[in-house]
Structures are given as structure tokens and as C-alpha cells.
Design a binder for this molecule. Structure first.
Ligand code: SF4
Length: 413
């Protein structure tokens, strides 16, 4: 069931980050979108949400104000939006979040977000030298100074956390020290967007998912070791989720685990779509005709791409179903599985990285727990080589034909 809605309140941004899926990874359809979401769209969406909640017995929603850059809208927009949501769904609980690049985020904005109970997340890519290489204004100037300032003010004003894209060019130690020096209570990492035919810049095409090429795992293992040995470590959701999954807990998100994805995107014009980073597959892949002005929210479930997205940890390639760490990796994030040849019928571009990382963390967990606890948790030592060997052999479970047909329907060959 969809309970989290990412509202693309602005389809333009004041930054021009080189890796951005919105503007720099192959989809230009944002140019046809209104620049900003109108209050009338918020109104219509809130009414449809009330109906959808009633139909499905749902009273708890997450609303994420996202962009482009959401701070390009005036403060009045947020006051009005929160008023409309809380009045239209007066018996619902809302978790309001805003994800911003931090440019222009000052005391006045924080005061407003505190008043409206909107949690603030800021995107930052580490030390100045690196952040300013990727997260630049349209004139090429880096945004580090502004963003650092916004984080520093936010530490006292209730900033929720910092989000970073893993970057192999930054040493894990430097990245960790940067966030420690900022005193952020929580930071999360995303793996770079990309797929088999549009790999992230730092991956070498011919070596992806080969035996001795696991650059992200090597980088993440180093970061994990630093993080784990710090008695005063900040919360790192990426590692925490993996540990929970290894321990058999019900955890996960669109990247890992087996949970269904309960997130839908509302575009500035009211279109309902899948997670917008999927746009990086090819021009227009996420576009459909489902709009909140003409459709109910539940219509999104009829979009075949949304069907794959919401079930993306169940609709996986044959290799994944037979993988010993499938319950932890979940086959990875849908975008990262895409290839022009097979559509979504692939393991992720980070497959070997995930195997190496998960085996490392699992073995590390075993080393730090008493034997009887590991036994109770059914935790066994695992090895990267053994898992790869197992994956080489065709597994006992075959992918269902109807699922395979859905996954390959998006191939371009
Ligand atoms: S590690 Fe690779 S094969 Fe295993 S579930 Fe993940 S993507 Fe699939």
C-alpha cells in the first residue's frame, strides 16, 4: 500500500549537480512540467488522499516536499500546504519531511519548518573539495559554504539528517571526519544512480560484476569499520538497515530487503508516477496518464511500471531468487538493474559489491556476538567466494514467466 508521497513541488533547481537523475541522466521531460506545484494541486491531492485513506483504512501518511529544489517556493506555500493537509484529513497523522540542497536555508526557514512540524533533510557530498566538484550552481560555483552553514544552523534548529551519495574519490576516512566535524546526528548514504547502459562515472563497464572488482564494497567496508569503531558514532541508516536485515529483522527500503515499496511521486502537474530516479533508464519511462485531477490515487496501481516498482524486491531476476543473500539485498534498487537488452531482468550493477559487503558485515556481526546468540539467530559465517560459486550454478527456483515478461517489457532491443 502506498503511504508515502514525494511531492515534486519544484521541477527546477538552483544547483546543477553532475550526477543528478532529474536533469543530467537522460530524461528531459521535466522541461514539459510546470516549474512549481500550485496550491490548487495540493488541494486536489489532499482531497484524493482523504478518499484513498478512507477506502483503504489508512490514517498515517508521509509527505515529502521534494524537487528540483523545494526552497525555490515561497514560505506561504508550505503554510498553506500543511494547513490544507491537516484540515482536509483532520483525523490523519502526517510525517512531513523536506529534502533540500540547503542553499538559502536560514533561521527563518528553520523557524517555519519547526512551526509546521516539517523535518528537514539536507543533501551534502562531504568535504568542500569534493562537494564543490559535483554540487555546483549553474555558473559552476560550488555550494559547499552555503550548505555547511545551513547544516550548522540546523544542528540547533532541529535538522533531521544529512544525505550523501557514496563517492569513491573521497576517502571514507575524510568523509567520516567531515560529518563528525559537523556533529551531524544522522547521515545516510545512497549508491550513485545508474544502470548497465549508463553506469556511474566511477565504474568500469567491462569489470562490473566481475570477481575482483568490488569498488563500492571496498569503500563501504572501510567506512563501516571506521563507523563501527567510533564509540560516539552518528546514526547511519544504510549500515543499520543491513545489520537489521542480517539479524533477520523486518527492515529495508527501495534499495535493500524484501519490503514492498510504498512510495509514489506526485509531479508538479499532479501526475502520479514511480520514484523519479527511474527516469534515468530512458526518456519518458516513468510518464503515464494518471493524474490526480482526473484519477483516484489507487489508479497508480494500474501503471505496469509502478507494479514492478512496488514489488521490485519480489519481481527479481532468476539469479537473485536463487541468491543466498536475496533476503538482505532484495535484488537491489530497480534503476540499478536496468539494461537496454533485458529491461529490469538483471541483478543490480552493485551485485558483487553487495555480496562482499553483506558477507563482511555478517561475519563481523558473528565475531562480535556470543556463539549461542548467533545460533539462536541462525547466523552462519558466509564467504564471498562461496556465494559467487553458488550463483554460477543455475539455482533450483525459476522465475515465473509472467514476472519475466513484465521485467523484460522495458528492454529497448
Ligand atoms: S547480491 Fe546480486 S544476485 Fe544476490 S540478490 Fe543481490 S543483486 Fe541479486
Amino acid at each position: 500500500m502506498v503511504t508515502s508521497f514525494v511531492l515534486k513541488v519544484a521541477s527546477r533547481c538552483n544547483l546543477n549537480c553532475s550526477y543528478c537523475y532529474m536533469y543530467n541522466l537522460g530524461d528531459k521531460t521535466y522541461l514539459k512540467q510546470p516549474k512549481f506545484m500550485s496550491i490548487s494541486t495540493i488541494h486536489t491531492f489532499a482531497e484524493k488522499l482523504a478518499h484513498y485513506g478512507k477506502e483503504n483504512g489508512l490514517r498515517s501518511f508521509q509527505i515529502v516536499f521534494h524537487g528540483g529544489e523545494p526552497l525555490l517556493l515561497p514560505k506561504e506555500f508550505y503554510k498553506e500546504s500543511v494547513r490544507i493537509f491537516t484540515e482536509t484529513l483532520s483525523d490523519a497523522y502526517f510525517d512531513f519531511v523536506i529534502q533540500t540542497n540547503g542553499v538559502g536555508l536560514d533561521e527563518d526557514w528553520y523557524a517555519l519548518f519547526n512551526e509546521l512540524n516539517i523535518r528537514v533533510g539536507i543533501s551534502m557530498d562531504g568535504p568542500k573539495e569534493y562537494h564543490d566538484r559535483y554540487r555546483v550552481f549553474h555558473n559552476g560555483k560550488g555550494s559547499y559554504d552555503e550548505v555547511r552553514h545551513a547544516i550548522q544552523i540546523g544542528l540547533e534548529k532541529g535538522m533531521h539528517g544529512v544525505l550523501s551519495v557514496a563517492n569513491l574519490n573521497i576517502s571514507p576516512n575524510e568523509l567520516y571526519e567531515e560529518f563528525k566535524s559537523l556533529n551531524v546526528p544522522s547521515f545516510n548514504l545512497l549508491l550513485p544512480d545508474g544502470h548497465f547502459d549508463k553506469l556511474p562515472d566511477d565504474l568500469i563497464k567491462d569489470r562490473v560484476n566481475t570477481y575482483d572488482y568490488t569498488p563500492y564494497a571496498d569503500w563501504l567496508i572501510e567506512l563501516f569499520t571506521i563507523w563501527k569503531s567510533d564509540p560516539d558514532r552518528p546514526n547511519m541508516r544504510f549500515f543499520k538497515t543491513l545489520i537489521q536485515l542480517i539479524a533477520g529483522e523486518d527492515a529495508g527500503d527501495q534499495m535493500v530487503g524484501l519490503k514492498k515499496n510504498g512510495v509514489a511521486v506526485v509531479e508538479t502537474n499532479g501526475n502520479l508516477e514511480v520514484a523519479d530516479s527511474i527516469r534515468a533508464c530512458y526518456e519518458g519511462i516513468t510518464r503515464n496518464s494518471i493524474n490526480i485531477y482526473t484519477h483516484e490515487i489507487s489508479s497508480i496501481l494500474e501503471d505496469p511500471l509502478f507494479d514492478i516498482y512496488i514489488n521490485s524486491h519480489q519481481m527479481v531476476s532468476e539469479k537473485c531468487i536463487n541468491c543466498p543473500i536475496y533476503e538482505i539485498c532484495g535484488g537491489g534498487f530497480l534503476l540499478n538493474r536496468y539494461s537496454n537488452e533485458n529491461g529490469f531482468d538483471n541483478p543490480t550493477i552493485y551485485c558483487h559489491d553487495m555480496i562482499k559487503l553483506v558477507t563482511y558485515i555478517q561475519n563481523d556481526l558473528i565475531d562480535s556476538l556470543p556463539d549461542e546468540v548467533c545460533k539462536e539467530m541462525e547466523l552462519n559465517r558466509v564467504s564471498y567466494d562461496e556465494i559467487l560459486e553458488e550463483l554460477e550454478n543455475k539455482g533450483p527456483v525459476s522465475i515465473q514467466k509472467n514476472i519475466k515478461d513484465k521485467l523484460v517489457a522495458y528492454s529497448l532491443t
